[in-house]
Every structure is written in C-alpha cells, then in structure tokens.
Ligand binder design. Structure first.
Ligand SMILES: [Zn+2]
Length: 583
C-alpha cells in the first residue's frame, strides 16, 4: 500500500491488513534471529519498516530531505489509533516522543531495540497508550551505517556495525548548530514539524568499566531550566530510574570525566547546543541520551534500551498532563524572560548522591610497554554511594533584544532559522533604523579543524548604537517567539555554539582595504589638524604605551582606523539588535 510521504499531511491511513495478535515470522529481526549477535543493516531496516507499515495502519513511514550519502532520511510514526493528524494530536494533548538511532552507527543498540518496539506496538504485544505518538528515526547516520566493520575495539558486539563518522566523516552529534550534514537538516525539520515533548537519542558508552548495563544522560536540568527542568529533575527522571530498577536495570547517570576512574564521583556531562540533547533543550524538550555500557553483551544492551524506551513511553503517557503543562508554562514565560544564560559550568559545591556499582580499579605491568596499566578487577565488585555533581550555574548571561535584524545576504543563517520554525518578516522597503551593532573586539580560534571548522571561542564584543540603512528584503526577526532561546543562543556571538563560533560570519573577520603609508602620512596629518579630539586620543595612547610611542606604523594605523576611510564592515557583527519595539 502506498504511504503518504509528508508528515501530517495525510488523513487516517487505510485499514490494516495483518492479524494484530500474531508476530508474523516476517517481522523477526536479524538481532533476534542471531540470538542477539547481529544488528540490522540499512537495507534490512528499510525493508522491515516498509513491510510493517504495509501491514499495520498504526505505522506510517515518511521521508525527509537527503542525507549526505544521498538516501532520504526516513522516519516512522506509530499511533495506536492510527490517528496521525497534527491538529488532533495537539488538541488532545498527546505526548510526542521522538527517538533517534544510529547517530553513531558503531552504537546501534537503538536500531534493533526500536524495530522490536514498533513491531511489538503494532502487533499489540505491548501497549503504547493512545495519548502517545511515537516518531522514530530507524537509522540516522546512513553513510556511517553503510560503512560497516568493527571500529570499536572496546565494545562487546554486535558482530559488525557501522562507523561513527558520516559519509563526509562528520560526527553528527556535534552538528546541531552548524548543520553541515543533510541528516541534521532533515532531523531539525522533523523537530519543527512534530514539535516533540520528549527526545531520546540512543547511544553506547566509552570509558570506564562498571556493573551497570544502562547509564542515562539527561539533558542538564538547570540549563533546561524553568518548569520543564524542575519537573524533569525532581519527578520524571526519578520515575525512569525507579521503573528501570523494577525491571532489573539499575541505572546510573552517564559516567562522565574520562580522565579518571569513576569511584570518586563525576560531574554531569555538559551538552551545549551542538549536541542532540543540548539542541533539544533550546526548545524546552525533555531530552535523554541512553548510553548502554559497551562491555556488556550486545543482547543485554539492546534489551536494556528496549526496556528504557518502554519506561519513557509508560511514564510520559501517565504524566502527559504535567509534561504538557510544564512545557506550555515555559513557552508562555518566554515573552517576559529577558536574561538568557549562554554558558554553564558545574557547581562543585553541590552534589547529589548516587549508588554506584563498580569494579575496583588497579594497575599492573603492561605486556605491551612494561609500564603500569589500568584494569578493572571483576573479582572485586563494589557498591557505594558517590557524589554526582549535577547542578550547574551560568557563567555568561545576555539580555535578549526585542528583535534581531539580519541582512538578506546571510542566506545560510536564514536557512537554518527557517528550518527551525523561526518566524521571520522581511522589510518591504529600505528602512533607516537605530540598532545595536556588536564590534568583535577579540576572539580565539582553534588551531586545528574540529568537525570541519576552526571554531572561535572567548569572543569579546562591544555594543555600539548605530543608525543603519536596511534594504528591502532584509530580515526582521522578533525575539518574542517559541524559538526565542534558539535565536539568542545562535545569534549572540559570545555564545559557545553561536553561528559566529561555527564560522558562519568569518567574512567579516578579514580587512579588505588598506593604504600605502607614504600616501596616508599626509592624509593622517591633515585629519589630526582638523580633529583635535583625535589628536588628543593619539597623544594619550602614546603617553600610556611606550611601545606604541616608538612605533610610527602603529600610530598611523591608529589614525587610519579612526578615519572615515576605514571600512565599516571589518569586525562588525552583521546581526543587529533592536533594543526597543520597532514602530
Ligand atoms: Zn555515541
């Protein structure tokens, strides 16, 4: 049966054609057939969901834009009453859960767990309540998934699996702001279309050895903030721990701090917006990154991932009203919220206590180097309370403007904003306005490429009030909208994951014109005669800076940079702030 491709444009799907009570042998996954030794390939996954959607009206599939390797990004939806109508889902307050798999294809646990989950939901082996809509990306990083091998030596299965980098060797879990990959653009498009309440991004850990099969990275609750952050921290996440414990999975928070063994505790992982869960937090979404322990057998890891997704579904169905209310309260509060934190750090004076089941770490001579090497002694398991530093404080805050104005030339930025559902208006005629323009005073740049970019950091700016002509077609973006936090954290250039940091505006960092000193000497002398205030500035600088006083070229440059000849665009950040409402 032909399925509609675009989400929510379809009405009810046609009546189902398969018996809902039996699991057709056609829907046994390769994971099950191999007794937990194998993970499905890309083609097996495609075929599985195609047949599932053809057999059950509760399942539909659709495609988003092309991934970097050319295949479209496919998603699958499950609704127990086959109602996928966007208005109904909103009106009835149904919880939308978005599940992503294989962002790191070397960590495919969620791929196999999601196949079983959706099949078991379709066949009614498990109950997914009517007030939950599931949206699943069966495989996200398709280029990586196709590049199969055994690239994770520290991992216990499956037999072969995909590679971390995508077809352009990008780590897609660093791409959520810079959006280099088609996968990211497709997924953010899906976020905009379905507006999830809960996001799950399935992974497998690296690092230390311990007894827990499942660890859970919850988006940092102080950073998520508001009613949603409070609810997640104090109620929802503890429910998941309780639920999983009852199923025999004692979870701990994702074991961070790779530079030491975990028995003395650790700080919660800080996921800035470049990460999937940090991105989701910009839209006030409860985000979870399940990280199974890489040394546990593949079968156990997949089963734990399945169990956790079921727990999240069960708890979100039971607490749909509270989740919806917390999110609605936070979105409503945005209009009156002006101060936004741009960066955070762990508060090392506060911690929670967690019960950690580890193995004693010890050292013995290495058979490779003869030098001491770390190992975890499985004959010495322990259980003890350890500190978990999961409270964060802002280190940098900015006040949101009333609006941002972006000249129409910055098309790639506008394209990201549109894909994220930002409401944008265009000037219908040339308009002169007084706005705040940032001068980029200073910044540092990483010396080596990081995910294809030379990232800027420690950016310092000075705000200046200027009058500027905007042109017909330039973009006026009110900050008072659902995407307010996304706007502030991407458009404020001092934010660690701002578009500026990710090189979107690097054109302004290079001076284009200059002068020949022997010509400009006479012009500068004339300027100083006509502008005693400039002369005064120069003399003061000479008095306070002996090196400057001894450097003729530096002094000439000082005058040039304060002359009408000096280019306005150099180091002027081209996203302008409107500080008062636009008349
Ligand atoms: Zn991962």
């Amino acid at each position: 049966m032909k399925r509609p491709l675009l989400l929510f444009l379809f009405a009810l799907a046609a009546a189902n054609t398969a018996s809902a009570q039996t699991i057709d042998s056609a829907f046994i996954t390769s994971f099950e057939r191999s007794n937990g030794m194998k993970t499905a390939t890309f083609m097996e996954t495609l075929d599985f969901y195609k047949r599932l959607s053809e057999s059950f009206s509760t399942i539909v599939t659709g495609d988003l834009g092309p991934t970097d390797i050319g295949y479209p990004l496919r998603y699958v939806l499950y609704s127990s009453d086959s109602n996928f109508n966007k208005d109904d889902i909103k009106k009835e307050g149904r919880i939308v859960i978005l599940i992503n798999n294989d962002i790191h294809p070397g960590e495919p646990d969620g791929v196999d767990a999601s196949m079983m989950l959706l099949r078991d939901a379709a066949t009614r082996k498990i109950k997914v309540p009517k007030n939950v809509l599931l949206a699943v990306i069966p495989m996200y990083n398709l280029g990586g998934a196709l590049n199969r091998g055994r690239s994770r030596p520290n991992q216990n299965g499956p037999e072969s699996y995909g590679f971390r980098g995508n077809s352009r060797n990008l780590d897609l879990n660093r791409d959520f702001i810079k959006c280099d990959a088609g996968e990211t653009i497709g997924l953010e498009d899906l976020f905009t279309k379905i507006s999830p309440d809960i996001f799950i991004d399935n992974h497998v850990s690296d690092g230390a050895d311990y007894q827990h099969v499942m660890t859970l990275l919850a988006t940092q609750h102080d950073k998520l903030g508001g009613a949603t952050g409070d609810y997640m921290y104090s109620t929802f996440t503890p429910l998941l721990y309780k639920d999983m414990k009852e199923k025999g999975y004692d979870m701990v928070p994702y074991v961070n701090d790779f530079d030491k063994t975990p028995e003395t505790g650790w700080r919660e992982f800080y996921e800035s917006p470049r990460f999937s869960s940090g991105y989701a937090a910009l839209f006030h979404i409860l985000a979870y990154v399940p990280e199974t322990h890489m040394l546990k057998p593949y079968k156990d890891r997949v089963n734990a991932t399945y169990a956790l997704m079921r727990s999240i579904i069960k708890q979100s169905a039971e607490h749909a009203t509270e989740i919806k209310k917390a999110r609605a309260d936070d979105l409503a509060a945005l209009a009156g919220k002006n101060d936004f934190a741009l960066d955070w750090q762990a508060d090392t004076t506060r911690c929670d206590s967690i019960l950690f089941k580890g193995y004693e770490a010890a050292y013995k001579p290495s058979e490779v180097s003869g030098l001491p090497r770390l190992y975890y002694d499985h004959s010495k398991p322990f259980t003890k309370k350890i500190p978990f530093y999961d409270h964060f404080v802002p280190t940098k805050t900015v006040t949101a403007p009333k609006a941002y104005i972006i000249p129409k030339t910055w098309v790639s930025v506008i394209s990201q904003l549109r894909n994220n559902g930002v409401n944008i208006h265009r000037f219908n005629r040339d308009t002169i306005m007084t706005v705040t323009a940032y001068h980029i005073d200073n910044y540092e740049t990483t010396p080596h490429p990081y995910e294809k970019h030379y990232l800027h950091k420690n950016v310092q700016v000075t705000p200046n009030k200027i009058s500027i002509r905007f042109y017909q077609g330039d973009y006026y973006i009110s900050a008072n909208q659902t995407a307010k936090r996304y706007l502030v954290e991407t458009l404020e250039p001092t934010a660690p994951d701002a578009f500026f940091a990710w090189n979107y505006f690097d054109g302004i960092l290079q001076q284009k014109e200059g002068y020949s000193s022997y010509v400009f000497e006479d012009i500068a002398a004339d300027l100083l005669k006509k502008h005693p205030d400039l002369r005064k500035l120069l003399e003061e600088k000479k008095k306070n800076d002996p090196a400057f006083a001894a450097d003729g070229n530096a002094q000439l440059d000082f005058v040039y940079k304060r002359s009408p000849y000096f280019e306005q665009s150099y180091l002027r950040y081209p996203v302008y702030r409107v500080e008062t409402p636009n008349p």
